[in-house]
Design a protein around this ligand. Structure first.
Ligand code: UN1
Length: 498
């Protein structure tokens, strides 16, 4: 019998009010259900928001270091359950087990990072213009926040948002992707076991924009953080602008990796394979455009094709698998459509391009690692996010041209350059217009103690994760406090010296 998970509202696991359910499946074999989850409605959202509101006064009053202790316990529990959770990620999302465990590791890292933030949570103290007066800024939570998370990092991204918002004193409602409800429920279960008070963390599952959009626009919600598609993100952006409510968005990418003629080609190849085909290309940081200097382009394409052909498709839980399935049929069809578009646009299909349906692979949506060469910057496969194992090679004649190509798309999440020349890499660091730049490393693999966020259409300019300008800055707001202990009226900006 298929396992059932429940919503988590006010500290209690509960079915959807209307009793309806949906099922998540193993993308490597869609005949295998993973869990049945509640198909929630607006009433379930209302209950979760009310619970979060009621829990807010006590949670925000708990000193941040005490809130941090709960996160430390959650981090320790994540370590204890890492193997089980990593396998669950692979079963429900399809990424290979090493990456499934990596997903959990990222959650562990952010748990400890944010727990430590509880002992900082810094404002600033500065001198006053006037005697016997001091000035400082302090941080306060936004209040009740809605967290909408995608399926591609089903533990890590909910963890980024949960731990960041909780340490700041917010109470939250998590609405995970309906592809991966079991992962979200497992993470919330860990927070419950770590001692999070009832109502502070609530989980509402259910497919659809209806629940998610209703939640973020709910009259009693104070802010929202969303990671997902551009279409959904931009719709929320318009709605929340009317409501004047803070919204952090992480959306797409069309990340480029530059290979200069003086690059270590072997390293650049490994970076391309890892960034382009890791997680079957289903990362917003995936390397989907490879801009190669014309002097080494032909050689690079030949070597890349040889390597891409050797990658083994399969169930991510089985040892020799390099590349897992696409999340579902509709994502698979979208990727195949882009492969047809690339051909029609005149790009050369060097390797891959087909759905593989032999034997066991017939029960998931597996697409061969695909490489197009001869891609030009105006082609749709060079401009639009594909979110699948498809890499487009563009050639360039100079560093300047490479930078122009990289920057000339609406997205700006991540980019990379391979070159042995320090001057070239130093210029790249300045000139690449993305929120994250990698030097002699691939476009993926951001670390949690630095901000993670894209520029322009990739995001709203409120990065996730740690570091200055990261999630703490979004999930808290600054309040400035002036204290005058002179005992008399002191007038700022009025000259008292003459
Ligand atoms: C995402 O693809 O949505 O840098 C997040 C990386 C990961 C996070 C990716 N640490 O690729």
């Amino acid at each position: 019998m298929t396992e059932t998970i429940r919503n988590f509202i006010d500290g209690t696991w509960a079915d959807a009010g209307a009793g309806r359910r949906f099922t998540s499946h193993n993308p490597a074999d869609v005949r295998q259900p993973v869990v049945e989850a509640p198909l929630s409605s607006r009433e379930d959202v209302d209950r979760a928001v009310a619970a979060a509101r009621a829990a807010l006064p006590a949670w925000r009053s708990l000193p941040p270091p005490r809130r941090g202790e709960i996160l430390y316990r959650a981090g320790a529990l994540l370590i204890a359950h890492k193997q089980r959770l990593g396998e669950l990620v692979t079963r429900e999302m399809g990424k290979v087990i090493a990456e499934g465990l990596g997903d959990v590791q990222e959650a562990i890292d952010i748990a400890f990072y944010m727990a430590g933030e509880g002992r900082r949570f810094q404002g600033e103290t500065v001198p006053s213009e006037l005697p016997d007066k001091d000035c400082k800024s302090i941080r306060e939570p936004l209040g009740v926040v809605a967290l909408i998370t995608p399926w591609n990092f089903p533990i890590a991204i909910p963890a980024w948002k949960l731990f960041g918002s909780l340490i700041c004193g917010n109470t939250v409602i998590l609405k995970p992707s309906s592809e991966t409800p079991a992962c979200a429920a497992a993470l919330v279960g860990i927070l419950a076991e770590a001692g999070i008070p009832p109502g502070v963390v609530n989980l509402v599952c259910g497919p659809g924009e209806e629940v998610g959009e209703y939640l973020v626009t709910h009259p009693d919600v104070d802010g929202a953080s969303f990671t997902g598609s551009c279409a959904a993100g931009e719709r929320l952006e318009r709605r929340l602008a009317e409501l004047h409510r803070p919204l952090a968005l992480e959306m797409g990418g069309k990340n480029a990796l530059i290979v200069m003629d003086d690059a270590d080609l072997e390293l650049a190849l490994e970076g391309t394979l890892w960034g382009g085909f890791g997680t079957s290309g289903q990362r917003c940081t995936a390397a989907s455009r490879i801009v190669v200097h014309e002097r080494v382009c032909e050689r690079f394409v030949t070597l890349l094709a040889e390597r891409a052909k050797q990658l083994r498709l399969g169930d991510g839980l089985h040892a020799p698998t390099d590349v897992g399935p696409l999340i579902n049929e509709s994502q698979g069809r979208k990727v195949l459509d882009y492969i047809s578009i690339g051909r029609e646009e005149g790009a050369r299909l060097v390797v891959g391009g087909r759905r593989v349906e032999d034997g066991e692979l017939a029960h998931g949506f597996f697409i061969e690692p695909t490489v197009f060469s001869g891609v030009t910057p105006a082609m749709r496969i060079a401009r639009e996010e594909i979110f699948g194992p498809v890499v487009s090679i563009l050639s360039c004649a100079s560093f300047e041209e490479a930078v122009r190509i990289v920057n000339n798309v609406p997205f700006g999440l991540s980019s990379a350059i391979y070159s042995r020349d320090v001057n070239t890499t130093a210029r790249a660091e300045r000139e690449l217009a993305t929120g994250i730049v990698y030097i002699n490393a691939s476009t993926i693999g951001a670390e949690v103690h630095l901000p993670f966020g894209g520029w322009r259409h990739s995001g709203s300019g409120h990065p996730e994760a740690g570091g200055r300008g990261g999630a703490i800055d979004f999930f808290s707001r600054i309040k400035v406090v002036y204290r005058d202990y002179s005992g008399k009226l002191q007038r700022a900006q009025i000259d008292t010296t003459g």
